[in-house]
Design a protein around this ligand. Sequence first.
Ligand SMILES: [Zn+2]
Length: 113
Amino acid sequence: MTPPEAVAEEPYAAAWSAHRGRERTLIIVMFLGLPAAILLSIAVGFLVQATTLESAIPPFVALWGVGVGLAAWRHGSLRCPRCGRPFFRGRFYWNVYAGSCMHCQLPKWSTTP
Ligand SMILES: [Zn+2]
């Protein structure tokens, strides 16, 4: 457990830590999900004795696509720890590579107000 003094010194640390975890999840799903989907397709195709591998791949690749979409949405829906508004989404656009909050300009990864 984090001591109360540390929380007072770095009030945004918990939010950034959660965001870092979401970022890690997105990277893992993106780069390991497709090989896993293909391996699952091969395994299931082997188990059900599919006549062609192509018939087993689409459902798992579609599942991977849905997983990447959900992980990306979760990553991009960060709420700014300072103002509470969507960090990456402005009024008319969305930039997941933004280096600061679209509303209050809090720099990304800043731990102090
Ligand atoms: Zn903000």
